[in-house]
Design a protein. Structure first.
Length: 423
């Protein structure tokens, strides 16, 4: 399906706003660039345990009013710039920054972690003098978040491959295109499967009843539903999510393109954003029709696109709570959707993880090489034996009388020790 992605022409007002916002965030964000290890990297498999280790729900239990979720919001971002893909982690405090460093080093042994400077963190800065355009997409779930989405751990709706492989193929354009995928997440309460007017179980029964037969006209008309097993499997997978760790999620995409003309820049940004959105939709689509889709704006499209862009720059979380008010529940029933995204740790691991070199083969990703351990040199397989006759000739011609060699060895050895201790 082809979606209409809103595109903003970068004029002086947008350029000034984006640049000013980026500069104002210098002292308010903690960004870590993390290069994934090339060897012995578990990729998505390690992500659920990593997420649970750094993010525990912090719930303030109140006597009269509803409990307040005081859990912090963190995030992971994938940047594509200058034909290179970078993986960034965002934390709102120095304490969480340190925790992320420790846990990333533990679950992804050998990764390289570097704090970003203020200049490096201004990824979405734009220029009004270069015919630039920004396409933005605020992703949400097509159905209620009780319905599962494809994940690495799902039995029926398993992700066939690492999503970053498919996404890298779409964004690696070898030109001046810039792309930012932003995923903000916040722990949800353990009772996230319960709502004011229904629970996950009631929703699962409703889904399960889609299978089998349906009667109409007071039982005189019986309709058979195609493949009822899909809905039974979906309901069973939904029930397995009860009491599972889960997270509120914001998922946003921004694509910045340049062109010889402003129209060319607009078309390029729109086309490349649609390609990424379509890739994400097909990756996470399930047989029960759950998937990620971009939010569509029938009115005030430009204003809403600007608001999404500002939220990305400020790492501003939105819809990080469940719909419990009456007007929210009524709107949800009328539109058969919800603005809130809740994913289990396994589902979120498809978006938040350091990819493995075995699963993502893109040359745009910068990997870290682990050092070779032991005394065997890395090029030992390329060693060629020297015949005995040639070794005798070398000894006679090049090795000399031996005394000078001993002095040279002593000198070299002492110099090496001295240099080592100096370091």
């Amino acid at each position: 399906m082809s979606y209409d992605i809103p595109v903003l022409e970068v004029d002086e007002s947008i350029a000034k706003a984006t640049n000013s916002l980026a500069e104002s965030m210098e002292d308010e964000i903690n960004l870590l660039q993390v290069k994934p290890p090339k060897e012995q990297n578990e990729g998505m498999d390690a992500a659920p345990q990593f997420l649970e280790s750094v993010h525990l729900p912090e719930i303030n239990e109140r006597f009269i009013r509803a409990n307040k979720n005081e859990s912090p919001t963190c995030g992971m971002e994938m940047w594509y710039d200058d034909n290179k893909i970078k993986f960034m982690f965002y934390t709102p405090s120095d304490e969480l920054d340190q925790e992320y460093r420790q846990q990333l080093s533990g679950y992804y042994d050998g990764c390289e972690i570097a704090a970003q400077t203020a200049e490096e963190s201004m990824f979405l800065k734009t220029s009004s003098k270069k015919n630039e355009a920004i396409a933005v997409a605020d992703m949400h779930l097509d159905k209620h978040y009780f319905n599962p989405v494809s994940s690495p751990a799902a039995e029926e709706n398993e992700l066939g491959s690492d999503p970053y492989q498919r996404i890298a193929n779409e964004i690696d354009t070898k030109d001046d295109t810039r792309v930012m995928l932003q995923v903000l997440y916040r722990p949800a309460p353990r009772n996230w499967t319960e709502l004011q007017d229904r629970t996950l179980e009631t929703h699962a029964k409703k889904v399960q009843n889609k299978g089998g037969f349906k009667t109409r006209w007071f039982g005189f008309k019986v309709d058979e539903v195609d493949d009822p097993g899909i809905w039974e499997t979906t309901a069973s997978e939904m029930r397995s999510r009860i009491n599972e760790p889960a997270y509120f999620v914001n998922f946003r995409i921004a694509v910045i393109c340049r062109g010889k003309t402003q129209t060319q820049a607009n078309n390029k940004a729109n086309a490349r954003a649609r390609a990424i959105v379509n890739a994400v939709e097909h990756l996470y689509s399930t047989k029960s029709e759950q998937k990620f889709v971009p939010r569509s704006y029938r009115v005030n499209e430009e204003r809403n696109a600007k608001e999404t862009l500002i939220n990305m720059i400020e790492r501003e979380p939105t819809s990080m709570s469940q719909e419990r008010r009456i007007h929210q529940l009524i709107w949800e029933r009328l539109t058969s959707t919800t603005s809130t995204i809740i994913l289990t740790a396994e589902e979120l691991s498809g978006l938040v993880h350091l990819p493995s070199n075995d699963d993502v083969t893109s040359g745009a990703v910068s990997w870290t090489e682990q050092m070779v351990e032991g005394e065997v040199p890395p090029d030992v397989n390329e060693f060629e034996a020297v015949p005995e006759e040639e070794r005798e000739e070398l000894e006679e011609v090049e090795l000399g009388d031996g005394e000078d060699d001993e002095e040279e060895e002593e000198t070299d050895s002492s110099d090496s020790r001295s240099a080592l201790f100096d370091r």
